[in-house]
Design a protein around this ligand. Structure first.
Ligand code: CU
Length: 675
């Protein structure tokens, strides 16, 4: 074993979240939960805890810089192991991942995929199926029957008790999306790449980090909305919808009981808490002297809304997309940032709104016992998106951003290059049948107007005990290519940026045409291309090269085993410099078995203005940018980042612009796809 390999196995051991006990729904873990006091948990959303993790990561950076080559890394791991013995092990893991992600020496090490670091964190919650009356009986049984002999009976009833409290059937229809292991890993990664306390190496945030925070999460909502429409749910409703922070959340969420939040030094496990139905924001901590007050969360939210509406912060600084995102998250660049360079406290003028929303919602089940309660999945980026409330809270955040966008002048499309993508062979049309947008499946030599997805299964095996298995279902697209015909009307070569978007089309939830909502559009791709002079060219593009996807695409998913992960179960190697981005398996919305209508938009813009760098085969350009400069001079999400020209619908704008064209397609969920 060479030196780096030895170091890697030490990293793997530190990052491995222990789950020493054999599985699953046992009475043992249930009674332990009742009996023991949980350790204080670690939340990267809690600014004070995030600051501690960041300080430890900076200590790692100094150690790495203090010695040559692997000796520096050795010193870092010595320190991490030492810290793990006295500090919260989750905090140490987070700090070590920050170091590996950001330090050039750290980059030589890998962060294993989530299903190998903490396999229990990718287990699906159980489908709700049992009537409510089972709950009381089961809970009683579980409290009394704890001996070995009755374990089987208790297991069964406890499992039932769990499912009765789970999300309503309708929300549960999208558990596969919210609980997708790679989507959760993406969200964890994004926050590691963009820590709100700044990169531990430079102490700074990245270029346009605030704007990207808003855009990346807006796109997650757009994708979730496409899935919601497909199963007959309304688009995400913000929580809270406006300024009423006493609103009740009707639906609850119950994670799988193996989703372990923490462990006592004695090895007792604490499953993440459920978020019961019918809760509301509540002060955290002792009621006589709360640590955090809802009134402060509301005040900061109201102040943010006011700034978005008026276009200026209270000190007169103009609101920009970037500063608004930084202030809402909040990062060290917030309009309320403290002079010592820390992210602002909840009590500041603009608070620390998004982060504290996570903290409040994670502890909503037992607010008075904060910080000694066991939090829910909203506590940390690696599990937060499992709970439907994640999307509702982020819709609340996005609504403030949208409010600001709507006050801005519309995008002016007069800087379009002289190129033509035809709408229809007859000329201008709003029919969305562009002959220049051509799709092929990789396994077929005829064009298609239908894209396909399928649900695949992977097994999860508890290798201790009786090899009990669970099944994880995940979406997978049928591989396809674009052939885009674009005419360059200039008599010289022209560099252009090709932008591809997708939105559901049609009438849903009382909305006459959902694709007229610019926030429904999903970015599929963006890349540079050189068009030869005075010619119509065909641009070939693989869908898997998408700028939003983490590249190279992870396509093979193996069996997940616990407690001892299989070596190389899939083609995810955890190369930290490439592993940020949306997962390939979720590239396309799922569509429906009957075929769901979508509109594909191609927009060709002037590269001399955009400055989108040459294509990379590593990571996601659109979601993870680049170290120095975000790879597009336009507002993120352009042309959907700002209002469309006054008096024009999106469809009319597309019809009026030579550099835009759309094609209506269907996406069909099928039993199996090739590859
Ligand atoms: Cu997030």
């Amino acid at each position: 074993m060479d030196e780096l390999q030895t170091l890697q196995s030490r990293v793997d051991a530190i990052l491995r979240v222990p789950h020493s006990r054999p599985p699953v729904h046992t009475a043992q873990s249930f009674t332990e939960k009742v009996a023991a006091t949980p350790p204080t948990s670690f939340s990267p959303f809690d600014p004070a805890q995030a600051q501690q993790a960041n300080m430890l990561a900076r200590r790692f950076v100094r150690l790495a810089n203090s010695a040559e080559g692997t000796a520096g890394l050795q010193a870092v791991l010595d320190e991490a192991e030492k810290a793990g013995a006295i500090e919260n092990p989750e905090l140490v893991r987070y700090a070590l991942m920050l170091f590996i992600t950001h330090h050039p020496l750290g980059n030589q090490l890998k962060i294993k995929p989530l299903e190998k670091r903490a396999p229990q964190l990718v287990l699906p919650s159980k489908q709700p199926a049992v009537p409510l009356r089972v709950e009381a009986r089961a809970a009683r049984t579980a409290m009394v029957e704890t001996t070995e002999a009755t374990t089987t009976m208790v297991e069964a009833t406890f499992a039932e008790a769990t499912v009765t409290a789970a999300v309503t059937p309708s929300e549960a229809l999208l558990n596969w999306f919210r609980e997708d292991p790679k989507a959760n890993e993406h969200h964890e990664h994004w926050h590691l790449v963009y820590p709100f306390n700044g990169d531990p190496v430079t102490g700074m945030t990245r270029d346009r980090q605030g704007e990207l925070f808003l855009y990346m999460h807006e796109q997650m909502i757009a994708r979730y909305n496409a899935e919601r429409l497909a199963v007959g749910l309304d688009p995400v409703v913000p929580f809270p919808s406006l300024d009423d922070y006493s609103e009740l959340v009707a639906d609850g969420y119950t994670p799988d009981p193996n989703l372990v939040e923490g462990q006592t030094p004695q090895g007792q496990l604490f499953p993440y808490s459920s978020r019961p139905a019918g809760t509301q924001f509540a002060d955290l901590g002792r009621p006589t002297r709360p640590a955090y007050r809802v009134a402060d969360l509301k005040r900061s939210g109201d102040n943010l809304r006011q700034a978005a509406q008026s276009g200026t912060f209270q000190d007169g600084t103009p609101v920009t997309a970037n500063l608004l995102g930084a202030t809402m998250e909040a990062t060290i660049d917030s309009a309320s940032a403290t002079v010592d360079g820390n992210a602002p406290p909840l009590t500041s003028l603009y608070g620390n709104h998004h982060n504290f929303g996570h903290v409040f919602l994670a502890n909503v089940n037992d607010p008075r016992d904060f910080p000694n309660d066991v939090p829910g999945v909203m506590n940390t980026p690696v599990t937060a998106i499992r709970d439907p409330i994640f999307f509702r809270w982020h819709k609340h955040i996005d609504d403030i951003s949208f409010l600001w966008q709507q006050q801005q002048p519309p995008n002016d499309f007069s800087d379009a290059p002289p190129v033509l993508v035809r709408k229809w062979l007859g000329g201008a049309s709003t029919e969305h049948r562009s002959p220049d947008i051509i799709l092929y499946f990789s396994t077929s030599n005829t064009t298609t107007g239908e894209l396909q997805t399928t649900m695949r299964q992977r097994q999860f095996v508890f290798t201790e005990g009786n090899n009990q298995t669970e099944t994880i279902s995940y979406l997978y697209p049928r591989e396809f290519f674009y052939f885009l015909r674009v005419e360059n009307q200039l008599n010289q070569d022209k560099d252009v940026t090709v932008r591809i978007f997708l939105a559901p089309t049609g009438s849903y939830s009382g909305i006459a045409e959902v694709s007229e909502d610019r926030r429904m559009w999903i970015e599929l791709d963006k890349f540079r291309h050189t068009l030869p002079a005075s010619a119509r060219t065909v641009i070939f593009r693989r869908a898997e090269s998408s700028s939003v996807i983490r590249r190279p695409a992870v396509k093979n998913f193996g069996t997940i085993t616990m407690p001892n992960p299989q070596a190389d179960a899939d083609d995810d190697r955890g190369d930290v410099s490439c592993d940020c981005g949306w997962p390939y398996n979720l590239l396309l919305p799922r569509g429906t078995a009957a075929g769901m209508n979508f509109r594909l938009l191609i927009m060709v813009t002037d590269w001399a203005i955009d400055q989108v760098p040459d294509d990379s085969t590593c990571g996601s350009m659109s979601y993870c940018g680049a170290k120095d400069k975000y790879p597009d001079s336009r507002g993120m999400g352009y042309p959907f980042n700002l209002p469309f020209p006054a008096g024009q619908t999106i469809a009319q704008t597309i019809a009026a612009q030579n550099n835009m064209a759309a094609r209506d397609i269907t996406i069909r969920l099928v039993d199996a796809v090739p590859g």
